[in-house]
Ligand binder design. Structure first.
Ligand SMILES: [Zn+2]
Length: 471
């Protein structure tokens, strides 16, 4: 009896110890996951065969354990899905069943991100005005850099601090001119509306560096254009993607909600909610409660509208591609054949320049046709409402790392992208010079008719109105 009691007591202690171990294990696991939400995750790049298969995978990404990283593409293009360890067996079973081709697989996502962090920490510290191109800068550093440029290059640079994000971070816009006092057609560039696309703000910084600190090498551009650049549209989401969830996409509004944030690039008031968006706040492409619900999209809207009439080119930097996209995004096809030809010509100039540089082939086309239809985006708004004759979205190169190119790949990507962008701007200059010649000829003709009219009617003044239209 005593023996039995002793055994039972011993068993109880063992059970308590086992429960204690399990609880401790759970706490450690929870901590590990809290520190690194990507622990045990694997990223798959896939090529599904049919539209039904693509839909099946898209639906799968709405389930717990799955994250769609690039799942809206159509026309047989690649999809990218991140899968939690416990779902991998189920996922591979589904993939085998539908016969989708796995193009590549990145295991140990947390290891990949940890390596990137180490590289980031070991990169050179920033000296004043001297950025390291081997580093993803935080929002504060980006703002400091712009302020330092404005202080040193006060003849050519001004910084505007009109916007605040939802969490009250200052969103700085830099205006860059040649400093000759001549007003020119305006190019507006923004980057980082999607938080996880870190290469976009990095490229915007490189463009700013080129136009300010390498102004001599880019005099041809500065002779033709003024520039307004907002290098970080979504500073709250960007910070969150640095601190907590590397692949966070949206803004950080509605923080008390189960699913905070809005996809600010579905939040513009042009064809809002028509297609390629979601009304579910938990979805990555949630369009928001109403158009321009987000201070971040309102900031870009105000920038675009302030440029109405002088804005010639709106360029929004995203990742990942490489693709050069132009309107429409809300439906397949282009606004009209004349615009389409102009978009194509400009995009081809960029594509050819990159091909000469690295041999790489960039794809270009209407977003709705080349990728997928999605409405309420900034590029359609810039074209249709703010009347920018050229409006493009550049999905920057991700190499094999999608949204997370390691810092040592930043210099190659930014340089190659700049080669493309520079060539597109120069081509725009050429096209619009021809156009302005035509305008001159047209206004000369109008003047002729005005004089004729004056002659015939005896009126002292005749006004000739000009209506600005998209190309
Ligand atoms: Zn994006």
């Amino acid at each position: 009896m005593l023996g039995l009691m002793k055994m039972s007591k011993h068993l109880k202690i063992s059970q308590i110890y086992l429960v204690y171990c399990l609880v401790l294990f759970q706490i450690l696991c929870d901590e590990a996951f809290a520190r690194d939400p990507y622990k045990g995750q694997t990223i798959f790049k896939l090529l599904p065969k049919t539209a039904a298969d693509r839909k099946l995978i898209r639906d799968l990404t709405l389930k717990p354990g799955y994250t769609g990283l690039h799942v809206n593409a159509v026309h047989g293009r690649l999809l990218c899905v991140m899968v939690a360890y416990e779902c991998i067996k189920e996922f591979l079973h589904i993939i085998a069943k539908i016969g989708a081709l796995i193009i590549c697989k990145v295991g140990n996502v947390e290891k990949m991100l940890a390596e990137a962090r180490v590289l980031k920490q070991s990169s050179r510290r920033t000296r004043s005005l001297q950025l390291s191109w081997y580093k993803y800068y935080r929002g504060k550093d980006i703002n400091n850099y712009l302020d330092q440029l404005a202080a040193k290059y006060h003849k050519t640079v001004t910084v505007v601090n009109k916007c605040k994000s939802f969490e009250k971070r200052t969103m700085k816009t830099i205006k860059i001119t040649k400093g000759d006092g001549i007003k020119k057609r305006l190019i507006v560039i923004d980057a980082g509306i999607h938080a996880r696309e870190w290469i976009a703000p990095a490229t915007a910084l490189y463009i700013i560096h080129q136009l300010v600190q390498k102004a001599n090498e880019n005099e041809d551009l500065l002779r033709s254009f003024d520039f307004l650049i907002l290098p970080l549209v979504n500073p709250d989401g960007y910070e969150y993607s640095h601190k907590s969830e590397r692949f966070w996409r949206k803004t950080r509004s509605n923080p008390k909600s189960k699913c905070p944030g809005v996809d600010a690039n579905r939040n513009y008031d042009y064809k809002w909610g028509v297609c390629g968006t979601s009304k579910d706040p938990c979805d990555e492409i949630y369009l928001g409660k109403e158009p321009f619900s987000e201070p971040e999209s309102r900031c870009v809207r105000d920038l675009l509208l302030s440029a109405k009439g002088v804005g010639i080119f709106y360029l929004s930097l995203h990742s990942y591609g490489p693709y050069i996209l132009y309107p429409w995004g809300w439906k397949s096809g282009s606004p009209d054949s004349r615009s389409h030809k102009t978009f194509e010509k400009i995009a081809m100039a960029g594509v050819d320049a990159v091909k000469k540089l690295s041999g790489r082939e960039y794809l270009h086309g209407s977003s709705g046709e080349l990728l997928y239809t999605a409405s309420g985006a900034s590029d359609d708004y810039a074209y249709a409402i703010a009347k920018f004759p050229i409006s493009m979205t550049f999905e920057l190169e991700g190499n094999d790392r999608g949204f997370d190119p390691p810092p040592d790949q930043i210099p190659n990507i930014t340089k190659e992208s700049w080669t493309c962008i520079r060539a597109m701007f120069l081509e725009t200059g050429k096209i619009f010079k021809l156009r302005s010649d035509r305008k001159l000829r047209n206004s000369a003709t109008s003047e002729f008719y005005a004089v004729r009219w004056k002659f015939l009617t005896g009126l002292s003044t005749v006004y000739v109105g000009m209506v600005s239209t998209n190309l």
